[in-house]
Design a protein around this ligand. Structure first.
Ligand code: NAG
Ligand code: NAG
Ligand code: NAG
Ligand code: NAG
Ligand code: NAG
Length: 472
């Protein structure tokens, strides 16, 4: 994901006072009102997606690549919870196209510039498709959803750092020395790999995935990234500092990546004590940090940037990712369901009030009952996710549910039939294509290479990048 601080990518702010526009009204007891809200946010997300400049490339957003994986995850959730299949073909097309010829979400267009986290969010989206029994791509020769997730998994496993001198394990953020984040080990790259391994384990029952999940977890809790006594997660540490430094920015996707993975492990191990302690500990941190008491304690906020309106495009998606994970945890860890569904429902009602811009555009500050003046596809996507994923709080008859009346994510033993290919993603040489200098200076591909560009004095390229504003 991006490297720079957010100043360049502030959401478009309208200077005039917001017009009084009706919000999206949701009532707590009425499942139908959640569905209508999800329908409206899905429609506006897809309209914005369809109007992008890069619309000839299925799944590719303008100026960012990973967000396609997030949008499709939320649209799969939308179909799962509402039954509305009108966007399924668009999702299938975009996911398969970006899965690429090697079936691992690592195509040559972008692979030189990616962080592990970028690729991971697509892989988690494919896993969601398998677990929610989303229709497979009917095109002959296309990969199954499970195979795409396995293909990406094999890439991550191959990148695990075995060099003792590089902090004795962990995934780096970026893949190549030329990229600024190569020196970093960050929480989300490792947390999302852990989660993917845990989900593959639960779906396939293959112990190799369990071993990987344990390996990533154990490395994480031994590192400065993750304190398993306070359940506090730091954002990043650096190999050049022997992984003793830490940037302690608090981002919800770091917590969400780990806690959802722990919930899958809990569920798969029939209530394993280590995983229960971890789910409960991390959820408590999430409640404290991302559901601030000052807004009543039940409204999700990306606390480091929502209140001061500095969230960049990536960060605007994090509330949506969190809603998706919490809804899944409610099913996997039934004794947390009551707490989770309360917070999801209240957050959805609040987000509805924030969707009161022109044409019901949604802002980012769900805790505020009047539109904050920001809008964009990321705000719509996060609203879509909270509306759709809150439907976990209702049974099929629309009444509030008591767990476990709703089936959880399926596995190969409980109705999941996405076909498995444990050696997926390894058809090609397996060697990464090193980034090409010439391509990087093209400005629209620079992404995380920005630091290197600064160091090598490519000021012109940097300015071009700042102007075109593309990043991954
Ligand atoms: C890669 O870029 C080419 C040229 O723009 C485009 O036609 C193709 O669809 C892209 N592939 C992917 C997977 O984005
Ligand atoms: C917490 O971390 C320590 C190592 O730092 C480890 O021995 C212990 O098993 C961990 N507990 C959990 C629940 O992860
Ligand atoms: C695992 O998830 C299923 C599906 O939601 C649920 O029925 C079951 O009770 C969960 N297992 C545990 C140990 O909580
Ligand atoms: C999986 O099950 C669905 C629904 O029963 C069916 O339509 C689909 O063809 C099956 N897919 C495979 C790969 O067997
Ligand atoms: C289990 O997963 C591992 C690692 O991906 C793979 O090598 C192995 O073939 C898988 N085993 C089975 C029985 O699918």
């Amino acid at each position: 994901m991006r490297w720079l601080t957010p100043s360049r990518v502030l959401p478009s702010l309208l200077l005039s006072a917001p017009l009084a526009i009706a919000a999206i009204t949701i009532s707590l007891q009425d499942a139908g009102s959640f569905k209508s809200a999800a329908q409206a946010a899905a429609a506006s997300s897809v309209t914005m997606y369809n109007n992008r400049d890069s619309k000839l490339i299925p799944g590719k957003f303008d100026g960012t690549w990973w967000e396609g994986g997030a949008l499709f995850t939320f649209l799969i959730n939308y179909w799962h919870w509402t039954g509305d299949d009108q966007y399924n073909d668009l999702v299938i097309q975009g996911m398969s196209w970006q899965g690429g010829p090697n079936h691992d979400f690592f195509t040559s267009n972008y692979s030189s510039y990616l962080g592990n986290d970028d690729q991971e969010f697509w892989a988690l989206g494919a896993m969601t498709a398998a677990e929610q029994r989303f229709p497979e791509d009917p095109t002959p020769g296309s990969a199954s959803w499970l195979e795409l997730a396995q293909g990406a998994f094999n890439d991550f496993a191959g990148r695990w750092d075995v060099d003792k001198a590089s902090c004795n394990g962990g995934l780096r953020w970026q893949l190549y020395p030329i990229l600024g984040g190569y020196d970093a080990k960050n929480a989300v790259s490792n947390g999302a790999f852990f989660q993917l391994a845990a989900r593959l384990y639960r779906y396939t029952n293959n112990e190799s995935y369990a071993n990987w999940a344990e390996t990533v977890w154990d490395w994480s809790v031994e590192s400065v990234l993750f304190d398993n006594k306070t359940w506090y997660i730091n954002d990043m540490t650096h190999i050049s500092q022997n992984c003793q430094d830490k940037s302690n920015m608090q981002w919800s996707y770091n917590y969400g990546s780990y806690v959802a993975g722990a919930a899958y492990m809990y569920n798969k191990t029939d209530g394993g004590a280590k995983w229960k302690e971890s789910v409960d500990g991390l959820l408590n941190s999430i409640w404290t940090i991302f559901f601030p008491e000052q807004y009543g304690g039940n409204i999700l906020s990306e606390a480091a940037c929502d209140p001061i309106m500095t969230c960049d495009r990536d960060q605007l998606c994090f509330k949506g990712l969190m809603a998706n994970w919490l809804s899944t945890i409610a099913l996997l860890v039934p004794d947390q369901a009551a707490t989770i569904t309360t917070k999801l429902k209240y957050s959805a009602v609040a987000a509805g009030k924030q969707c009161s811009g022109p044409e019901n555009d949604c802002g980012m500050q769900w805790f505020s009952s009047s539109w904050d003046g920001s809008k964009g596809i990321e705000q719509e996507m996060s609203a879509l996710s909270i509306f759709a994923n809150s439907l976990v709080a209702f049974g099929p008859d629309g009444a509030s549910y008591t767990p476990p009346s709703i089936p959880g994510p399926v596995t190969a033993e409980t109705g999941g039939n996405s076909s498995s290919n444990p050696s997926g993603g390894t058809q090609s040489s397996g060697e990464y294509q090193p980034p090409k200098q010439a391509a990087i200076t093209a400005g629209d591909r620079a992404g995380a290479g920005i630091l290197t560009l600064v160091f090598s004095g490519c000021w012109i390229a940097m300015i071009a990048w700042l102007l075109t504003g593309d990043f991954y």
